[in-house]
Design a protein around this ligand. Structure first.
Ligand code: IMP
Ligand code: MG
Length: 180
């Protein structure tokens, strides 16, 4: 079964104003402090790059790569660290930056893990929220946009490593016999 882009769900302009709003919110919430943004690879790379340009605070950046066991579309919730942080997080205001929160299992496990390293605070920031599919009750502090239960690609999000480069968010559907 091949896949094809069905339509644009979120335009460049909508993404732009969403990023500005979240950047301003973080700037306000951490006034007088500094923050360490942790981008979850690979999906968050584009959102994070945009977001840092709208946060008016001293920031540090680091990245983690995690993977749920197995190769399923559905998250197992067991997080395996593929790339750990290079930064010491003790005493810092950590903001985990994710592309999308679906079941919430990846983020709740990641948050638990990072708490053991004694940061001052941990917040979670996700560009997109598929709230209908939430399983974990993990608290998401900053949400860009709530989206319906559709498979989306673009703005960092992939299907089999493709489409991450699209500047807008699109819905991907099955297309029998057509070029994907
Ligand atoms: P969770 O543990 O179920 O919240 O999984 C979240 C992760 O699943 C995200 O970081 C994405 O990598 C992936 N994911 C969930 N929904 C989508 C989607 O619609 N498109 C692309 N990746 C998705
Ligand atoms: Mg991801």
């Amino acid at each position: 079964m091949t896949k094809k882009i069905e339509k644009v769900l979120i335009s460049k302009e909508e993404i732009d104003s969403m990023v500005k709003r979240i950047g301003a919110q973080i700037t306000e919430d951490f006034k007088g402090e500094s923050v360490l943004l942790i981008g979850v690879l690979k999906g968050a790379f584009m959102f994070l790059a945009d977001l840092v340009r709208h946060i008016d605070l001293p920031i540090e950046l680091d990245f983690m790569a995690v993977s749920s066991y197995g190769n399923n579309v559905r998250s197992s919730g067991i997080v395996r660290i593929l790339k750990d942080l290079e930064t010491e997080i003790m005493g810092k205001n950590v903001i985990i930056v994710e592309d999308i929160i679906d079941s919430g299992l990846t983020l709740s496990h990641l948050k638990e893990l990072l708490y053991t390293r004694k940061p001052k605070s941990i917040s979670i920031c996700a560009a997109f929220d598929k709230y209908e599919r939430r399983v974990s009750d993990v608290q998401v502090d900053y949400i860009g946009m709530e989206i319906p239960d559709e498979f989306i690609v673009g703005y960092g999000l992939d299907y089999a490593e493709r489409y991450r480069d699209l500047p807008e968010v699109c819905i991907l559907v099955d297309s029998e016999g057509e070029e994907g």
